[in-house]
Design a protein around this ligand. Structure first.
Ligand code: SF4
Length: 394
């Protein structure tokens, strides 16, 4: 498995697969052919169907130059390798083609080419590839999950930066009111929720407010951290902020909790998918909730087995969750879904702490089930806005 750093990337919302990765791909292509007279970019599958709502066309035009770039939305063709495909072409002044590049946005902001194996990473950091192997390794060496991660990579400085960005995004979101960009005219609620938390002193309102703050920042194109994606970026920071505000967790412990959460995200990414276009929202908010549950279980003193159980519970109870954003915008149901997932994560962790950590369905099993369920889901429910809640207005 690759580095936990690849789970946490900073960038502009609203979508890691539809905004961050296309922007990175356009930047790479432009750096290779900076003198091209014209560019064209064909978007396929989910990138074509929900690209406008996710601002895919906007970031590509901004990167390549709107005066010399044509975007083609190909709604009918879908590649088997992954539904989020982009074909970049560069042309000379006389219209002759200089080059073309087919590239896929496979989730969490990551790019892959057609011949790249999906289940292999260029940068192998972790020898173990599933939770069972990791837990066995920890038992053999009598170490915690954090000590296991520390053995492989030094993440303290990087995660300190990530936690700073997460807190900045929360603060910005809590201070901002108004209406989010887009056709739906969704009103921002984080600030109101935060006011209610301060007056009513109900602790769960704090996690809702923090998740809303991040998700609303994401929907407005603000800076967020993928955890594991932009659409699901509210859950992990909100649960960590809750631990700090309500339980008095120290920043040092939160950095370690981010390591544990990152490990869960890595397992889901490498053994299934964190792409809503591939497996639905179970791979985005489901995985985010699982990461947050593991982090919170760590912070409240969970053993390795209790942490694994918390992560398993949180993901298991998101199995089959569809991705059907209204108008293709990462707002409804996404923003509220992030807030609700914070409660589920905290509950899953507290539930696991009432046990000795032994249970029937393992995290590895539920990750495998998520992958199979996602592949079985109709494409209507995988970030195409062709079914489910997305049809509410039709
Ligand atoms: S429904 Fe879930 S997977 Fe789909 S765009 Fe919203 S957050 Fe992402």
């Amino acid at each position: 498995m690759d580095s936990i750093k690849n789970i946490y990337k900073t960038g502009r919302g609203p979508s890691s697969s539809h905004t961050m990765a296309p922007q990175n791909a356009a930047t790479i292509f432009k750096s290779k052919y900076p003198d091209a007279a014209m560019y064209s970019v064909e978007l396929y599958g989910s990138l074509a169907l929900t690209g406008r709502g996710h601002l895919t066309d906007k970031v590509i035009l901004e990167t390549l130059g709107s005066d010399k770039t044509k975007i083609i939305f190909n709604y009918d063709e879908v590649f088997k390798y992954h539904p989020n495909a982009m074909k970049f072409k560069a042309y000379n002044e006389d219209g002759t083609r200089i080059s073309k590049w087919l590239v896929f946005s496979v989730g969490g902001g990551e790019l892959k080419e057609m011949n790249e194996p999906r289940d292999e990473s260029l940068e192998e950091i972790y020898f173990e590839s599933n939770m069972e192997e990791i837990l066995e390794c920890c038992r053999d060496d009598n170490i915690s999950l954090v000590e296991y991660i520390d053995k492989y990579e030094n993440l303290n400085e990087y995660l300190n930066y990530i936690w700073t960005v997460m807190q900045t995004t929360i603060l910005k979101g809590l201070e901002t009111s108004g209406v989010l960009p887009g056709k739906l005219q969704v009103r921002r609620k984080a600030k109101e929720f935060y006011e209610q938390y301060k007056t009513k002193k109900l602790k769960e309102i704090y996690s809702y407010a923090a998740a809303l703050a991040v998700s609303e920042e994401n929907a407005s194109g603000g800076i967020v951290v993928t955890a594991p994606t932009c659409g699901a970026s509210g859950v992990v920071p909100a649960v960590l902020a809750y631990a700090k505000e309500i339980d008095g967790a120290k920043d040092e412990a939160i950095i370690n909790a981010l390591k544990v959460a990152g490990l869960i995200g890595l397992l889901a990414k490498n053994n299934a998918s964190i792409s809503g276009a591939e497996v639905g929202c179970q791979g985005e908010v489901g995985v985010a909730c699982s990461m947050a549950a593991a982090a919170y279980a760590y912070l409240i003193g969970g053993t390795n087995e209790q942490i694994e159980y918390a992560a398993e519970i949180a993901l298991e109870h998101h199995l089959g969750l569809t991705c059907d954003p209204v108008n293709g915008e990462v707002q409804i149901p996404c923003i509220e879904r992030n807030a609700i997932a914070t409660s589920k994560a905290i509950t899953a962790a507290k539930y696991a702490m009432l046990t000795d950590g032994s249970h029937y369905i393992s995290l590895d099993h539920v990750i495998q089930t998520m992958k199979e369920t996602g592949l079985d889901l109709s494409s209507k429910y995988k970030e195409t806005s062709k079914g489910g809640l997305a049809l509410r207005d039709k």
